[in-house]
Design a binder for this molecule. Structure first.
Ligand code: TRP
Length: 474
């Protein structure tokens, strides 16, 4: 390829496993361990989980393939990648790239705050803080953390610093190195926690809750929540997978990798449920604790169970590692774009953008501070966190995913897509792979746009709860 010097020195994965673990590291995060269990709890488990799995398979995996493919073909960060594939600058498509940068800013700024809590809770576990406390005291510990601007800012800064240091060291030396170290540890810790959960009294009840077919609590809103979450959990719609794909070599099989990454991500989300719900049920706590499920219910349970000290340390470090490899991918999108667009060095891009995101996250870190949050809520009707989370999961990511699907489905020549879809770049498509390609292409052209359109119509209130088929029987 007659590429300009731009491609040289932009970095590449050292191995296929390295790419898969880094991408899985991006996907597996707070979305799996913090958010998925609590939205599963709120939506009554069962059918919600099934619909979520469907969204992953039908919408998520096809978009992931599309994103990685754009990145590998162009070997560029999102904005340039799309320009390169269309052959024209500043088309409407390059909006996807810029939106991704904005989404990266927004997501990382609140993500880092929650990740900071996991560090705080990890250290509190080591310090045996929960061990001889009553449930009320543990509950109020979270209140103290949440409402203290200073503590939140400290952890937000600490977390961002670690993310900056990893991304600064580049693709192989930073992101890949840390993903291949942390992800196996994460899987191992998860395994230990699941095995332990099997011996809890509430395990049967939890399995039934998560996998049983009960429809009682699910609403249409829950269905759309499952769709929005499938973008978030797979890191889709803002160019993260695209950027990681841009460091991928010709020999790799994008379809297989995407399936593997999605399976790992879904596996961890389900395991998180199987770790948390048995404990929640065994101790007679509510599964509907919302965002506090991880930071209030779990420490209460840990304080009362045998071996709880060790388990709580494992659990919160697991959460921290999961958050770290995800945050790294969010910063990498922003950094890679700045390197491509402005020609900055990686070091400069990382420090400038990392600092900017830290500052942008200050309001999130102050979410629980009374004077700040009451003014914000008066203005936007929800707290700072929820505002950002809602904006990203319900608007930016689905919109980005939609544009990527439309781009690859309609704008990228079909032969190019086919060449990327085969087992290695520019290979032949035949047999089952050819059938799969056709199904995938049609999904991108029609199914994904339709699903996202529904989500939007619902979000702006054109479609309301009572117009949709009532899954709920309240
Ligand atoms: N997928 C991560 C999680 O589940 C979060 C994340 C990392 C992300 N990179 C992203 C979400 C890019 C959207 C886009 O926690």
């Amino acid at each position: 390829m007659a590429d300009s010097g731009k491609t040289q020195g932009r970095g590449a994965w050292g191995s296929k496993l390295g790419f898969t673990l880094a991408a899985a590291g991006s996907a597996v995060g707070l979305g799996n361990i913090w958010k998925f269990p609590y939205i599963t709890g709120e939506n009554g488990g069962g059918l919600f989980v099934l619909i979520y799995l469907l969204c992953i398979a039908v919408i998520g995996v096809p978009i992931m393939i599309a994103e990685i493919m754009i990145g590998r073909r162009a070997q560029r960060a999102p904005v340039d990648a799309i320009t390169k594939l269309t052959g024209r600058e500043n088309t409407a498509w390059s909006m996807v790239g810029w939106m991704g940068v904005v989404a990266g800013f927004i997501i990382l700024s609140f993500y880092s705050v929650v990740a900071g809590w996991s560090m705080n809770y990890g250290l509190m576990s080591i310090g045996r803080v929960f061990q001889d406390k009553t449930p009320e005291e543990i509950q109020s510990l979270f209140g103290v953390l949440f409402t203290s601007g200073g503590i939140n800012l400290f952890w937000h800064l600490a977390f961002m610093l670690i993310v900056v240091l990893i991304v600064k060291s580049g693709i192989q030396g930073g992101i890949e190195r840390w993903s291949t170290r942390l992800m196996p540890v994460l899987f191992l810790m998860m395994g230990v926690l699941v095995v332990d959960a099997m011996f809890q009294d509430g395990f049967g009840e939890a399995v039934n809750f998560v996998f049983g077919f009960h429809t009682d609590k699910l609403t249409s809103k829950g269905v759309l929540e499952a769709l929005g979450h499938s973008f978030f959990t797979l890191s889709l719609g803002m160019g993260a997978m695209l950027t990681y794909g841009s460091y991928l070599g010709k020999k790799d099989d994008i379809v297989k990798s995407s399936i593997a990454i999605s399976l790992l991500d879904t596996g961890v989300a389900l395991m998180a449920c199987l770790v948390m719900f048995p404990i929640i049920f065994s101790f007679g706590m509510s599964e509907q604790a919302g965002p506090g499920l991880v930071f209030v219910s779990m420490p209460i349970a840990f304080s009362q169970m045998p071996g709880g000290l060790l388990l709580s340390i494992l659990f919160f470090f697991l959460l921290f590692f999961a958050a770290l490899t995800s945050a790294v991918s969010l910063l990498e999108v922003v950094v890679a774009t700045v390197i491509d667009q402005l020609g900055w060095t990686r070091k400069r891009a990382v420090f400038v953008m990392g600092s900017a995101i830290f500052l942008f996250g200050v309001p999130s870190a102050l979410s629980g501070v009374e004077w700040f949050s009451s003014n914000w809520e008066a203005l936007f009707g929800r707290n700072f966190f929820d505002t950002f989370d809602y904006l990203a999961s319900n608007w930016l990511l689905p919109l980005g995913g939609l544009m990527i699907a439309l781009f690859v489905g309609w704008a990228v020549p079909k032969e190019v897509a086919a060449a990327e879809f085969s087992a290695e770049q520019d290979g032949e498509l035949e047999g089952g792979r050819l059938v799969l390609f056709k199904v995938w292409h049609i999904t991108l052209k029609f199914v994904v746009p339709l699903a996202v359109l529904l989500l939007f119509l619902y979000s702006v209130g054109v479609i309301t709860e009572d117009m949709l088929p009532g899954v709920a029987s309240e």
